[in-house]
Design a binder for this molecule. Structure first.
Ligand code: ZN
Length: 254
């Protein structure tokens, strides 16, 4: 009796298993033998291609739950941002590596406006390349010690917009991955980098105008002395002195 019950139970469970499998994998079951059911079920648990690709897709849901003042990583919101974080290398005006890791963070509200600007640029066939975003306050003092010129480095005693997560240094890249010609390199300290300087080719002037127009339309303000620097126009947040984190699982700076 016990054996018969066990057998019946076994058959019942097997039928339930088949029924569940057929609901989840209708397409596979209609053309494959029953031996393939387990394989099909296992495959289903692999992440979809869009999940694998889209850090931004998954993380944007997480970021939606955060407060506007949260300092969040840009590429998690939009994986099309290109990073060239100069202060995480010695290829900058200080000739020193200042950041622990090449990552770009901004306040959530600032990041969202930059995201909107990026959408406009992408429609035109360009992508944003980021040179710098949030900059820890202590790094501002180091920069000031080396270049105490308020035209090019924000006075650390006041704190720069970068220290508040409200400024971004950037340029544009075309479909071939080439930087648009903006007339000077990043952190060029001279009048050729000023936005009022016009002794430049028509192409450079057009590129600079495009950068400025789209960013200003999305809530950013240009800086007179640096074509690459844009600060947030809508709000000011407090100064922060947390280092740029290296651990990938850290998604925001608190
Ligand atoms: Zn800047």
């Amino acid at each position: 009796m016990k054996n018969i019950s066990s057998k019946l139970l076994y058959h019942f469970l097997f039928l339930v298993f088949l029924a569940c499998g057929s609901k989840q994998n209708t397409n596979h079951l209609s053309t494959t033998p029953s031996s393939a059911i387990t394989f099909a079920s296992q495959k289903q648990h692999e992440p979809a291609i869009s999940e694998k690709k889209g850090l931004a897709t998954q993380d944007s849901l997480y970021y939606e739950s955060l407060h506007d003042t949260a300092m969040i990583e840009l590429v998690r919101y939009d994986s099309d941002f290109i990073l060239d974080i100069k202060y995480a290398t010695a290829d900058n005006f200080t000739k020193q590596v200042l950041y622990d890791c090449p990552r770009a963070f901004l306040r959530k509200k600032v990041a969202k406006d930059l995201l909107n600007a990026h959408k406009e640029f992408k429609k035109l066939g360009y992508k944003i390349k980021i040179f710098d975003g949030y900059r820890p306050h202590s790094i501002q003092f180091k920069m000031w010690d080396l270049t105490p010129d308020k035209r090019y480095v924000g006075n650390p005693h006041k704190g720069s917009m970068h220290n508040r997560g409200c400024a971004v240094d950037l340029t544009l890249v075309d479909k071939a991955g080439k930087d648009l010609d903006m007339g000077t390199v990043y952190d060029f300290f001279g009048e050729e980098a000023h936005i009022t300087y016009t002794n430049l080719s028509a192409e450079v002037l057009k590129n600079r105008q495009l950068l400025k127009q789209v960013l200003e339309r999305n809530g950013f303000r240009a800086l007179q002395t640096e074509w690459w620097h844009f600060s947030y126009n809508r709000n000011v947040y407090s100064i922060l002195n947390k280092p740029i984190p290296c651990k990938a699982e850290i998604r925001e700076i608190k």
